[in-house]
Write a protein that binds this ligand. Structure first.
Ligand code: F6P
Length: 382
């Protein structure tokens, strides 16, 4: 059958949405799922705009997807469907007449709209937050769900990798590479704050790949003494600069995180916003070493840009696998990479526990073996 006639004859419909913070590779997943649904199953893919919001509003915001409108999106960052991290249907921020924001349960309304839409189920592309919402909607409202693990943070369990992480690490590594020359030229400590929420995967990977001297992550509590000692030893060996990579979720000595203050409107329905630990670390190190210190917060640069080849591959494979699960009615599952296979795991399992950095992992060992300090023990090698 010609491609045009396949598209005209599609009866069954499956929804696709992207939720939470964006990351490189979302469009590649959408494209992978759309191609598979249309070409292999003759199912009509329907995009839902701005995460679950497109199904909660009246009228709903649904967008028919076809081979034409996913053409050319493989290499694009962002998401053609839009996304939000303020869109929990069980606690949706609704502005009241007096201007205040109240978290309101709109899940019943979403369920009604879903039933009216004629969709068989939803492919939800998201991180732990979106996947938890998807699981709750399937449990409490019987909306059939398939999950696709997305996040630059790489903190979703049951999968070797989430897509988007590889690109974020590459971007952070490129930035660290660039900071090296200016750090060396000025004999400075350069503190680089990277994202990752409560996990240090980006910091470990980018720090290792970028040749950092110190990496500070939430999973390994650090003390000042080993960090300062590492920097001073480098000076003794004639290296008058140091690169310190800090995960945004790294904890201060009293075990707390540093967060940003948001307005009530910005805060409504979202997790705390981490950020600021880099500045705090820089001030402490500057005082302890008497070296000039500068901070670079990489921020949303890590979420932007074109996905790396690996993320495009992973995202395409995830999209196709999600389409297979949905088309075959294999609901309540999340696609996952168990290298070298793309498999499916129970959605519930994947959201039960996050995936922190394992302190005995090969990456941490490799970092330690080249003298990188995690601030947890005196450094012997400069
Ligand atoms: O989860 C992805 C992520 O980029 C985290 O690394 C970061 O803490 C958070 O999202 C930032 O969220 P926002 O885009 O709302 O500032």
């Amino acid at each position: 059958m010609a491609e045009e006639s396949i598209e005209h004859s599609l009866q069954r419909k499956i929804g696709i949405l992207t939720g939470g913070g964006d990351c490189p590779g979302l469009n590649a997943v959408i494209r992978g799922a759309v191609h598979r649904l249309i070409r292999h199953y003759q199912i009509r893919p329907v995009g839902i705009e701005d995460a679950f919001n497109g199904l909660m509003e009246s009228p709903t915001r649904l967008k028919v997807l076809n081979l034409g409108n996913v053409s050319g999106i493989l290499s694009m960052g962002g998401t053609i469907l839009g996304t939000t991290n303020h869109g929990d249907p069980f606690g949706f921020p609704v502005q009241q007449k007096d201007g205040t924001i109240q978290l309101t349960d709109l899940s019943e309304k979403l369920k009604k709209n879903f039933d009216l839409s004629g969709l068989e189920g939803l492919i939800c592309i998201g991180g732990d937050g979106t996947l938890s919402i998807a699981e709750r909607l399937s449990r409490e409202h019987q909306i059939p769900m398939v999950g696709v693990p997305k996040t630059i943070d790489n903190d979703v369990s049951q999968t070797d990798w989430t897509f988007g992480h590889h690109t974020a690490v590459q971007t952070a590594t490129n930035c660290i590479d660039m900071l090296h020359s200016t750090a060396e030229a000025h004999d400075r400590i350069m503190v680089v704050e990277v994202m990752g929420r409560d996990a240090g995967h980006i910091a470990v990977a980018a720090g290792l790949a970028g040749g950092a001297d110190v990496i500070l992550i939430p999973e390994i509590p650090f003390q000042w003494e080993p960090v300062v000692q590492k920097i001073k030893r480098r000076k003794q060996y004639g290296r008058h600069f140091s690169i310190v990579v800090v995960a945004e979720g790294a904890k201060t000595q009293d075990g707390s995180s540093i967060t940003q203050t948001l307005s009530p409107e910005q805060q409504a329905g979202r997790k705390v916003k981490l950020g600021g630990i880099g500045q705090w670390v820089a001030e402490k190190l500057s005082a302890a070493t008497e070296m000039e210190t500068r901070v670079t917060v990489l921020g949303h640069l890590q979420r932007g840009g074109s996905p790396t080849a690996f993320d495009r591959m992973l995202a395409t494979a995830f999209g196709a696998k999600a389409a297979d699960l949905a088309a075959n009615g294999d609901w309540g599952r999340m696609v996952a990479l168990k290298t070298p296979q793309v498999v499916s795991v129970p959605l519930l399992e994947s959201i039960r526990t996050p995936r922190p950095v394992e302190p005995s992992s090969a990456w941490i060992q490799a970092a330690r073996s080249v003298g990188i300090s995690f601030g947890d023990a005196p450094t012997i090698v400069a």
